[in-house]
Design a protein around this ligand. Sequence first.
Ligand SMILES: [Zn+2]
Length: 128
Amino acid sequence: MPKGEKSWKGNDAGLISLHRMVWRKKGKPNKCEVCGTETAKKYEWANLSGNYADVNDYKRMCTICHRKYDDHSKGYRGKMNIMAKLTDEQVRDIRRKEHPQKYYVDKYKMSVSQISDITRGLAWRHVA
Ligand SMILES: [Zn+2]
């Protein structure tokens, strides 16, 4: 089976029909709400918070802004997920480095790079 075929029948098909619904209800976007351009070749409705069924959860963007927005929000959401797992006390626990890195990877179900970001102070900067 080609790689794309399975996802097409699953969630993607649902998303595509939801996108169609947005176009139907809100019309064709003709101005980017982010950079304000009215001369882009193409505009798209970008989903804001993952609430795909809500037509108000979309903002019109040009293709460039949409791509930037998606990259940004993916990175942001990914980071938030990591952050949500730990309390300040747990961060301090990791930073004490009383155990090998592997110990914390198992204990907190995080990746080696996430743990090392914490010990190096790249993540969780707000925890002293
Ligand atoms: Zn734009």
